[in-house]
Design a protein. Structure first.
Length: 198
């Protein structure tokens, strides 16, 4: 969904154990350069992201990007799968700051995330400090909905040796937070002359 997040998972074990309609797309995982997942408090996956080549993004989505940002070329892409649907995320650098746009499969905009200086979100940073005293901010994204209406901020930060990410609404209230952590993903691969394990 966002700039690279190291949260990944042992897909064959965790997803099989979670009885949920959200399952690993084996074919997409085999082609992905990276897989990320986010889990709810009960351990169920709520989002799976596959880092893909920009060339794999449907033309309708690439065309929608060009209409929005004709001067920017996307440098990275993700296919994001949630129980409520899928999105394609295109990512570009604009003057040293990340610009991420999530598109629905029809090319309509779902969310826009624009990296901003931390000083541009003082109320959010004050709320962050109240909730996680001493947090070290690493990135602040201004989040807008598909009609470009501001809906809040996403803040990545370090606290007590852990990498965290929190979402804040327009009134700087914490909506939810996650911890980012490395893990390992194992997906079957084709072996010449053999069938991949299931």
């Amino acid at each position: 969904m966002l700039k690279s997040m190291p949260t990944v998972f042992a897909a064959s074990v965790l997803l099989a154990a979670c009885q949920t309609p959200l399952m690993l797309d084996d074919a997409r995982a085999r082609r992905a350069t990276k897989v990320e997942a986010q889990f709810d408090a009960d351990g169920r996956p709520v989002e799976i992201e596959y880092h893909v080549l920009v060339e794999e993004v449907p033309q309708v989505v690439l065309d929608a990007w060009k209409r929005l940002y004709p001067q920017l070329t996307p440098t990275a892409a993700e296919f994001e799968q949630r129980a409520d649907g899928v999105t394609w995320e295109l990512i570009a650098d604009e003057n040293g700051r990340a610009r991420n746009v999530m598109f629905r499969p029809d090319g309509s905009v779902h969310l826009i995330e624009i990296e901003i200086p931390a000083s541009d979100a003082p109320a959010t940073l004050a709320a962050l400090e109240r909730t996680w005293p001493g947090a070290k901010v690493t990135e602040v994204l201004r989040v807008r909905d598909g009609s470009s209406t501001p809906i809040g901020h996403q803040v990545e930060f370090e606290h007590e040796g852990r990498a965290l990410k929190a979402w804040f609404d327009e009134d700087s209230r914490v909506l939810w937070a996650v911890r980012e952590m490395p893990a390992e993903v194992e997906v079957p691969v084709d072996v010449p002359g053999r069938t991949a394990p299931r």
